[in-house]
Design a protein around this ligand. Structure first.
Ligand SMILES: CC(=O)N[C@H]1[C@@H](OP(=O)(O)OP(=O)(O)OC[C@H]2O[C@@H](n3ccc(=O)[nH]c3=O)[C@H](O)[C@@H]2O)O[C@H](CO)[C@@H](O)[C@@H]1O[C@H](C)C(=O)N[C@@H](C)C(=O)N[C@H](CCC(=O)O)C(=O)O
Ligand SMILES: Nc1ncnc2c1ncn2[C@@H]1O[C@H](COP(=O)(O)OP(=O)(O)OP(=O)(O)O)[C@@H](O)[C@H]1O
Ligand SMILES: N[C@H](CCC[C@H](N)C(=O)O)C(=O)O
Ligand SMILES: [Mg+2]
Length: 484
C-alpha cells in the first residue's frame, strides 16, 4: 500500500510523496520491520515519540506522531495527526482490509466475555459462521486460541478480522474493554451493533473517576457505532439509565432487555441448581426458556446476547430457542467438580467487587450448607478494591480463605493484608494450591465452594514471572485426593 491510499487518514499536504510504500505497521520498536509505518503513541508507561529516532534507525518508512511530538529532522518523513491511536486503528483497517460483515461489540464491567461467547453460540446454532473475540481468546469455526488482551491492539485485531473474513466468518462478537475503547483499539472496526451489560467498580487505577470510566465505555455508542445502529442495553443496572440516555443522544436505535427492558422483557425466572427457567416477552409473545446455566447474572447476559443477535437480523424465535443450548464461557461460574459427599466446586472469574458479590449471591439459593470462598486480588491493579472485596466475602460467604491471585510485582502478603483488613475472621493461606486444598478438605454435604478471581487463566504471575497454574486442575486434583 502507498501513502496516497491513506491520505484521508494521514493528511500530509503534499509534503510527502503519495508513492511512498508502506509494507506494514508498528507502534512498538521492539517489533518493527523494515518499511513499516511507525506510530508514536503516548502510553501509560512511555511515550512512543521518544522511540521515533530508534524507529527511523531500524528502517521505518515514516513516523506518525502528534503535532510537535517528534523532531521533523530525524531522517524519515513525519506525518503529524491529532490522534495517532485513532489513525493507527483506521490505517490497520485499511491495510488489512476485510472484516466479518456483521460485527457486534459488547461493553460493561462484567459479562462481556459471556455475552460475546453467547452471541457467537446463538449465531452458530442458527447455522451462521460466527466468531467471538475476547478475554478467553478467539473462537471461530475450526479455531480456538488463547489471547493476551480482552480487546486486541488494532494491528493484531485487523489481521485477525481479515483472516476470519477470508475463512468465511460472516458474524463476529467482540468485547470492548474500557482500555480498548479509550485507546481507540476498535476505531477501525465496522460495527453493526453494540451491547451494554452493567457498570461497577473496575480499573480505578486507570480511570480517575467512575464517570470517566463510564464515558470511556460510552465511546462505543457515541463515536464508534453509525447513527441508527442498534444498541442493546441491559435495563436493570444502576447505570442503565445513563447509558440509555447516551445511546439516544447518539442517535442510535435503543433496544432494552431485562425486567425493565421493553425489547426483551424478563417476566419470571425460576432458579434451579444448574439451570434456570425464564419467561421472556418479545413483541407480545411469551417465550419459555430453559437456560442450562447457573447464576442469575447469566440470564442477563443471555438476554443481551439474544438482543444483539435479533437486532442484527436473526429471527427472535431462533435466537431465543438457541439459549437452551448455551455453554458457559470457561471459568464463569463453572461447575468443575463435586466431592463424594455432594458438595460442589465452582471456578469463577470474579476479580472485581460486583462480580464477587453476584457470584456469592448466585450460589446461596442452592446451598443448604456453607458457602466457602477462596480468593485474592491481583497486584499492580486497583488497590482500593481489596478491602471492598474482603467486606463482600465476609458478608456473603460463611468461610473465607484469602489467598494470592496474580501478585505481579507487588508483595503478596501486603495484598492479602489489605483484603483481610475488611474480613479479619478469614483464614489466610498465601499459596493458592494449598488454599484450594484446605477449602476442599473442609467441604461437607450441602456446602458450595467458589474459587474466585482467575477463571480460565492458566498462569499465575508472581514477582513478575508467570508460572503454570489452573484453578480447574487444582480443584480436580484436590477432589481426587479428598476422595482417596
Ligand atoms: C495500560 C495499557 O492498557 N497498556 C496497553 C497500551 O500500552 P501503552 O501504550 O500504555 O504502552 P507504554 O509501555 O506506555 O508505551 C508507549 C508506546 O511506546 C512504545 N514503545 C515502548 C517501549 C519501547 O522500547 N519501544 C516502543 O516503541 C509502545 O509500544 C507503546 O506504543 O497499548 C498496548 C498496545 O495496544 C497494550 O499492549 C498495553 O496493554 C498492556 C499489556 C495491558 O496489560 N493492558 C491491560 C491493562 C488491558 O488493556 N486490559 C484491558 C481490559 C481487561 C478486562 O477488564 O477485561 C484489555 O482489553 O485487555
Ligand atoms: N451480568 C453480570 N452481572 C454481574 N456479574 C457478572 C455478570 N456476568 C458475569 N459476571 C461475573 O463476572 C465474572 C466475569 O464474567 P465475564 O468474563 O463474562 O465478564 P467480563 O466483562 O468479560 O470480565 P473481564 O473484564 O474480567 O474480562 C463472572 O465470572 C461472574 O462472576
Ligand atoms: N484483564 C484483567 C484481568 C484480571 C484477572 C485477575 N486474575 C487479576 O490478575 O487481577 C486485568 O488484567 O486487570
Ligand atoms: Mg472479558
Amino acid at each position: 500500500m502507498n501513502l496516497g491510499e491513506l491520505a484521508d487518514i494521514l493528511p500530509h499536504g503534499g509534503a510527502l510523496s503519495d508513492d511512498m510504500q508502506i509494507s506494514g505497521l508498528s507502534s512498538d520498536t521492539r517489533q518493527l520491520s523494515d518499511g513499516d509505518l511507525f506510530f508514536a503513541l503516548a502510553g501509560a508507561k512511555a511515550d512512543g515519540a521518544a522511540f521515533a529516532a530508534e524507529a527511523a534507525r531500524q528502517g521505518a518508512a515514516a513516523i506518525v506522531a502528534r503535532p510537535g511530538a517528534v523532531d521533523t529532522d530525524i531522517g524519515v518523513p513525519v506525518v503529524e495527526v491529532e490522534d495517532p491511536r485513532r489513525a493507527l486503528a483506521l490505517t490497520a483497517a485499511r491495510l488489512y482490509a476485510g472484516q466479518p460483515a456483521t460485527m457486534a461489540a459488547v461493553t460493561g464491567t462484567s459479562g462481556k466475555t459471556s455475552v460475546a461467547s453467547f452471541t457467537r453460540q446463538i449465531w452458530q446454532t442458527a447455522g451462521l459462521a460466527a466468531a467471538a473475540i475476547g478475554t478467553t481468546g478467539v473462537v471461530a469455526p475450526g479455531r480456538e486460541e488463547y489471547g493476551e488482551l480482552t480487546t486486541p491492539d488494532p494491528i493484531s485485531l485487523h489481521r485477525l478480522l481479515k483472516e476470519l473474513a477470508e475463512a468465511g466468518v460472516t458474524h463476529g462478537a467482540m468485547e470492548a474493554s474500557s482500555h480498548g475503547l479509550d485507546q481507540r483499539r476498535l476505531d477501525g472496526v465496522r460495527l453493526a451493533a453494540g451491547g451494554f451489560t452493567n457498570l461497577g467498580r473496575d480499573h480505578m487505577d486507570y480511570h480517575p473517576t467512575v464517570e470517566h470510566y463510564h464515558r470511556a465505555k460510552m465511546r462505543l455508542f457515541d463515536t464508534l457505532l453509525p447513527k441508527g445502529a442498534p444498541a442493546v442495553v441491559f435495563a436493570d443496572d444502576a447505570w442503565s439509565e445513563a447509558t440509555e440516555k447516551a445511546v439516544r443522544d447518539a442517535g442510535l436505535n435503543l433496544f432494552t432487555v431485562g425486567r425493565k427492558g421493553t425489547f426483551l422483557t424478563l417476566k419470571r425466572v425460576e432458579h434451579e441448581r444448574h439451570r434456570q427457567r425464564a419467561e421472556v416477552e418479545h413483541e407480545g409473545v411469551i417465550h419459555e426458556i430453559d437456560l442450562p446455566l447457573a447464576g442469575d447474572f447469566q440470564v442477563s447476559n443471555a438476554l443481551v446476547a439474544a438482543g444483539l443477535a435479533i437486532a442484527t437480523g436473526l429471527a427472535a424465535d431462533k435466537a431465543l430457542a438457541a439459549l437452551e443450548h448455551l455453554k458457559g464461557a470457561s471459568g464463569r461460574l463453572e461447575l468443575v467438580g463435586t466431592a463424594e459427599n455432594g458438595a460442589q466446586c465452582y471456578v469463577d472469574y470474579s476479580h472485581k467487587p460486583e462480580a464477587l458479590e453476584n457470584v456469592l449471591l448466585a450460589v446461596r439459593p442452592f446451598t443448604t450448607g456453607r458457602v466457602i470462598v477462596v480468593f485474592g486480588c491481583g497486584g499492580d491493579r486497583d488497590r482500593l478494591k481489596r478491602p471492598i472485596m474482603g467486606e463482600i466475602a465476609g458478608r456473603l460467604a460463611d468461610v473465607v480463605i484469602v489467598t494470592d491471585d496474580n501478585p505481579r510485582s507487588e508483595d503478596p502478603a501486603a495484598i492479602r493484608a489489605a483484603i483481610m483488613e475488611a474480613v479479619p475472621t478469614a483464614t489466610e493461606i498465601g499459596d493458592r494450591r494449598e488454599a484450594i486444598r484446605a477449602a476442599i478438605a473442609m467441604l461437607e454435604t450441602g456446602d458450595t465452594l467458589v474459587v474466585a478471581g482467575k477463571g480460565h487463566e492458566v498462569g499465575q504471575e508472581i514477582a513478575g514471572r508467570k508460572h503454570h497454574f489452573s484453578d480447574h486442575e487444582e480443584v480436580r486434583q484436590a477432589l481426587k485426593e479428598k476422595g482417596a
